[in-house]
Design a protein around this ligand. Structure first.
Ligand SMILES: NC(=O)c1ccc[n+]([C@@H]2O[C@H](COP(=O)([O-])OP(=O)(O)OC[C@H]3O[C@@H](n4cnc5c(N)ncnc54)[C@H](OP(=O)(O)O)[C@@H]3O)[C@@H](O)[C@H]2O)c1
Length: 299
């Protein structure tokens, strides 16, 4: 496993995303939630992955509970990242952090992220509540998610200390973070956590002929027939580059992301096998030429 050391933390370049756990919208079913999800986390730890990302919102607490059960006895091996959804009043922050920690079975949340900018309360109302969690020893680092650079900086100002990370949509078909967020993170010792790094499966190439039917992806424009056709040259290049490395298109997509300094990726997985494949992507070293080719096909 490759690790990214930034801002006083050491994160596996490939983490595990757990929106899928306990979720109805992904539709993986009861057996997945009962056994496969926990196995995914346990296998991740065996493979040297330490970054596990969840949220109070995922499965309305079920994802945090599944993660909590899976990491029992392994606390020191895990960097737990969870998120608070921007609903409710800022004074509830501490109560909600305690609830997340209880579901996760931990005393300390390593990274507590504001899931989205609050539509109602400015950072000067939300961030001091987050700072208090650090002061009380409940949270080690504060992060944000889905914040543009201006909002990230405002969050830092209101927190009065670095906001370690920004978790954003970042993959070969959504490259927006490369414009401002990533250069700033690289210059200032912050981390970009790339979510949906596989485009929710699109970049695996397996949906080129027919789109997936579950609720999360059914109505996504990215899975439309027109978009899948538009991506054909990129998928072909991923296959070709993958063949050189004995890797799949999904692995090459992850390798393209994490070769960028200060970036970690948190793919979700529908099986232990996918998790193993994703973890192994950390060992793929793409050449400058291969990366540039993917850049030009995805611009
Ligand atoms: N902060 C936010 O607002 C936000 C938003 C979205 C996601 N997230 C976080 O980011 C994580 C990842 O994002 P995501 O789940 O939306 O998308 P993703 O990681 O791009 O895609 C995950 C899906 O891709 C497929 N897949 C995974 N590994 C594969 C492999 N090796 N080969 C082929 N297919 C593979 C699986 O679906 P199938 O097998 O069913 O095809 C899996 O459920 C989430 O779990 C969550 O923790 C955060």
């Amino acid at each position: 496993m490759k690790y990214v050391e930034v801002g006083g933390v050491r994160l596996s370049a490939i983490g595990v995303g757990t929106w899928q756990f306990g979720s109805t919208e992904w539709g993986y079913g009861a057996e997945y939630n009962r056994t496969e999800a926990g196995n995914i986390v346990r296998r991740a730890l065996e493979l040297g992955i330490n970054l596990v990302d969840t949220a109070e919102f995922y499965g309305f607490g079920r994802s945090e509970r599944i993660v909590g059960e899976a990491i029992l006895g392994h606390r020191s091996e895990v960097f737990i990242a969870t998120k608070i959804f921007p609903v409710g009043l800022p004074f509830m922050t501490e109560w909600r952090a305690r609830r997340s920690a209880r579901r996760l079975g931990v005393e300390l949340i390593d990274l507590y992220q504001l899931h989205w900018p609050s539509p109602l309360f400015p950072p000067r109302a939300t961030m001091p509540r987050m700072r208090r969690l650090i002061e009380r020893g409940m949270v080690a680092h504060v992060g944000v998610s889905n914040h543009d650079l201006g909002a990230w900086k405002k969050a830092e100002e209101a927190l009065g200390r670095p906001v370690l990370s920004n978790q954003v949509l970042f993959n070969l078909v959504h490259r927006g973070p490369e414009r401002e967020l990533l250069p700033w993170a690289q210059q200032n010792g912050r981390v970009i956590i790339a979510y949906s790094p596989l485009g929710q499966g699109l970049l695996s190439g397996k949906y080129q002929d027919s789109a997936p039917s579950n609720l999360v992806r059914r109505r996504r424009g990215s899975f439309s027939a027109a978009n899948r056709a538009r991506l054909a040259p990129l998928i072909a290049a991923l296959r070709e580059i993958g063949a050189r490395h004995g890797a799949t298109p999904a692995q090459v997509s992850l390798a393209w992301l994490i070769r960028k300094p200060n970036v970690v990726a948190i793919p979700g997985a529908s099986s232990v096998r996918q998790l193993e494949e994703n973890a192994a992507a950390a060992d793929i070293a793409l050449s400058e030429e291969e990366s540039a080719r993917l850049d030009s096909l995805s611009a």
